[in-house]
Design a protein around this ligand. Structure first.
Ligand SMILES: [Zn+2]
Length: 338
């Protein structure tokens, strides 16, 4: 579990925060929240900040915790008895039924310290079927003062029975200027715009990508992928060289390159690109591929994105994806459309 010590509400969280505080004051706080939105917007951080505020014994009118009372100390030390944080066990991609049962059993007891008992599940889409069924009972008949927060980048992977029992809290990318300011304060102005474009405007992801190693890896993978599309490189060999890279990141990059080609094919002068630094090469490739090929590739990538995080053979999945690209231009050549 990550750091609880600092109460650190991100600027773009304010509207969602204020909405929940209004509900709290009106005694209408939902007992189950689904925090959904793309990676890199701080959903987990929000879940912890909101929990911290709920536990505090001297909560300010704005909902912010005092960071001095007994409840705050317990929360900040990571030992608050009424706070449960459920995530997949080490080495597993799933949240299993035993973990859910144990947390839900404690949930039915009265809160030990204050008025609330809080359970955060992250990522909620990692709940396996049995665990999701087990959670349903608590969602249907929560004990008084229980608040469940389900955090996910992929809400569509949750069973409808779970989603329908939660109130959705939708996290969206902040306005460009706010995001830019926040990123700039952390990594300097130099690459803020490029990194925000690369991260689809998700500021925390932009800062994560500022790591020179990651940027170098992206350049290398891009070169190799172009090599596959141009049929200079063997897809199987390339996938071997990609082993060890996180699948979700590779799939995100491939999606970004493909979406940019669709955009460039639609309008050569478009300002909206995930990869503005690779505009000339993406444009050259886009001219040699037709829309059917690009949309087919996107479908395959969206399917792959749904599979990331599950128990799949990563190497086979990537080989399939790259094999598709390695024949994209042949099809194009035969059809003669450009
Ligand atoms: Zn406090």
């Amino acid at each position: 579990m990550s750091d609880n010590r600092a109460f650190d509400l991100l600027p773009w969280h304010q509207p969602l925060w204020k909405g929940l505080q209004r509900a709290l004051r009106a005694n209408r706080l939902p007992h189950a929240l689904l925090l959904e939105g793309r990676r890199g917007l701080g959903k987990q951080r929000f879940a912890k900040a909101f929990s911290h505020g709920l536990f505090c014994e001297n909560r300010a009118g704005t909902g912010e915790p005092c960071c001095r009372c007994r409840a705050c100390s317990l929360f900040q030390a990571g030992t608050h008895p009424d706070f449960s944080y459920l995530e997949p066990e080490e080495g597993s991609s799933e949240i299993k039924i035993d973990a859910v049962r144990s947390v839900c059993a404690r949930e039915s007891l009265t809160a030990a310290v204050g008025a609330y008992k809080i359970i955060v599940l992250h990522p909620a889409d990692a709940l396996n079927k049995a665990a999701a069924n087990s959670l349903l009972k608590t969602l249907e008949e929560p004990a008084r003062g229980t608040v469940l927060m389900l955090v996910t980048d992929r809400p569509s992977r949750l069973p409808a029975t779970i989603r329908s029992r939660c109130q959705a809290l939708k996290f969206r990318p902040p306005p460009r200027e706010q995001a830019r300011e926040w990123v700039k304060n952390r990594i300097g102005a130099g690459e803020a715009d490029l990194l925000l474009a690369l991260s689809a405007e998700a500021p925390l992801l932009a800062v994560e990508l500022a790591d020179p190693d990651i940027l170098q890896t992206r350049s290398r993978l891009f070169d190799q992928w172009v090599g596959v599309v141009e049929q200079r490189l063997d897809p199987v060999r390339v996938v071997e060289q990609w082993s060890g890279q996180p699948l979700d990141r590779i799939v995100d990059w491939l999606c970004g390159w493909t979406i940019d080609m669709v955009r460039l094919k639609t309008s050569e002068t478009t300002e909206r690109l995930f990869n503005p630094d690779q505009r000339p090469r993406l444009q050259a490739l886009a001219q040699r591929l037709n829309f059917d090929v690009l949309h087919g590739a996107l479908d395959a990538l969206f399917d792959a994105r749904r599979l990331t995080g599950s128990t799949i053979n990563v190497q086979l999945l990537l080989e399939d994806l790259l094999a598709g690209w390695s024949s994209a231009m042949t099809t194009e050549g035969r059809s003669g459309i450009s």
